[in-house]
Ligand binder design. Sequence first.
Ligand SMILES: C[S@@+](CC[C@H](N)C(=O)[O-])C[C@H]1O[C@@H](n2cnc3c(N)ncnc32)[C@H](O)[C@@H]1O
Length: 217
Amino acid sequence: MPLSKRLSSCLKFTQGFNKLADVGTDHALLPIAAVESGFVSEALAIDNKVGPFAIAYNNVKNSDFASKIKVLLSDGLNSLDDKVDVVVIAGMGGSLIRNILLNHSLKNVKRFILQPNNDPDSIREILYEIGYYIVDELIINDRGKYYDMIIIEPGTVEYTQLQIVFGPVNLKEKSHFFVKRIEEELERLNKLLLSISLVDRRIAIKARIVLLEEALK
Ligand SMILES: C[S@@+](CC[C@H](N)C(=O)[O-])C[C@H]1O[C@@H](n2cnc3c(N)ncnc32)[C@H](O)[C@@H]1O
């Protein structure tokens, strides 16, 4: 099965590492593609629910790479061994990814590739605390929906509040989809202001508009 644009973007960032762990693997398409393309030499496909684990297990068994990919029914980063140097956590809410990073030992992981479906700021907020910093960021548009990708490696950087909300690399690079997503939100909020009279709600919307305009500068 071909990888979605979202997972293909995650895949690219695994290149050059040795052992991948895909946490919340579901179908295991990502670790199969990473081993198949030679980006990593082995992989763990991890899920904490029986249904996705069974699908992952069958997909790996039916691939040509069953000897190189171990499928594990396990929570978060619990089953990582010391050889794992790159981890993907994709397709979950930002707060779930944040909890996985906060509640487990991060071992020898040299790179995390994080693709939250929402609330990317809740991940950026804890990076200093867990000793990782952002080396790259991307916003992709897959079938009409925007997704954030955050690539982190060991190191510490203190981010400003604006950087936590929008991402330091995003703010610097102002990519096409970064600008487009903000412009779309600005248009929606400005329209909303025309129909809302509640004072508190208007103040909150105006504050968000100021923040969005700041991000575009
Ligand atoms: C929506 S799927 C995303 C699948 C795939 N990573 C992708 O991006 O297409 C999320 C998967 O994460 C798994 N999951 C959620 N919390 C987890 C945790 N703490 N540890 C391992 N897997 C988890 C769920 O069971 C589910 O299969």
